[in-house]
Design a binder for this molecule. Structure first.
Ligand SMILES: Cc1cn([C@H]2C[C@H](O)[C@@H](COP(=O)(O)OP(=O)(O)O[C@H]3O[C@@H](C)C(=O)[C@@H](O)[C@H]3O)O2)c(=O)[nH]c1=O
Length: 187
């Protein structure tokens, strides 16, 4: 049975799929809709993404897409490791602006489910890290938004010093959560 653990925020879970190891190698179901539905997780995924980061300290995020292109994301690591973060951006939520995190690694074979209404980001902990994730809505450039990963109102305790981080120009220029229309309202 697949282990599903709450990460303390509404709908954010760590998922640990079983891995069947034998003399040839291993086999693992990395997404099984019926099994996850039994754990209360129902998502229709429409796109798979794969990113490669050359060095430790690559910071991607915090990202989300506005409705109607909001995305649930199921994220895992094929090589290396990341510190992976979800932030509640639903205005009016009792946990608005709160973050939670899990270290994802190829060795641990764990995943994070980041639902709609949450921003997502990660920093790589090792060089040559590959991250793959499923998303429940297609990419839409006009709907994508970034929030500063060093937003002091969110105050994420990243395990890599800011001076060692590598950001895209888009993320360097990202606004603070307080200055952003997220498009998500609680209930
Ligand atoms: C996200 C995305 C990007 N692209 C293109 C746009 C751009 O030219 C290039 C690189 O895009 P980015 O710089 O946005 O890539 P990246 O910074 O890796 O963005 C990703 O970060 C993580 C944290 C997420 O949660 C993802 O949803 C996504 O936002 O890839 C697509 O074609 N499809 C996509 O779904």
């Amino acid at each position: 049975m697949v282990d599903v653990l709450s990460l303390g925020l509404d709908g954010v879970f760590e998922i640990r799929p079983p891995k069947f190891v034998d003399a040839r190698g291993f086999f693992s179901e990395t997404w099984n809709a019926a099994k996850l539905a039994k754990a209360g997780i129902s998502v229709d995924f429409v796109q798979d993404n794969h990113s490669f980061s050359r060095m430790r300290g690559v910071m991607r995020g915090l990202h989300f897409q506005m409705p109607p292109f909001a995305q649930d994301k199921l994220v895992r690591v094929l090589r290396g490791s990341v510190f992976d973060v979800a932030v509640d951006i639903r205005r009016g939520s009792p946990t608005f602006g709160k973050w939670t995190a899990v270290t994802l690694s190829a060795r641990q074979w764990n995943q994070i489910l980041v639902p709609k209404g949450f921003a997502h980001g990660f920093v790589t902990l090792e060089p040559d890290t590959e991250v793959v994730y499923k998303v429940s809505a297609p990419y839409s450039a006009p709907h994508e938004r970034s929030i500063r990963s060093d937003d002091p109102d969110i105050a994420i305790d990243w395990p890599v010093p800011a001076t060692d981080m590598v950001l895209s120009p888009k993320d360097e220029a990202a606004p603070f959560l307080a200055d952003l229309e997220t498009g998500f309202n609680y209930r």
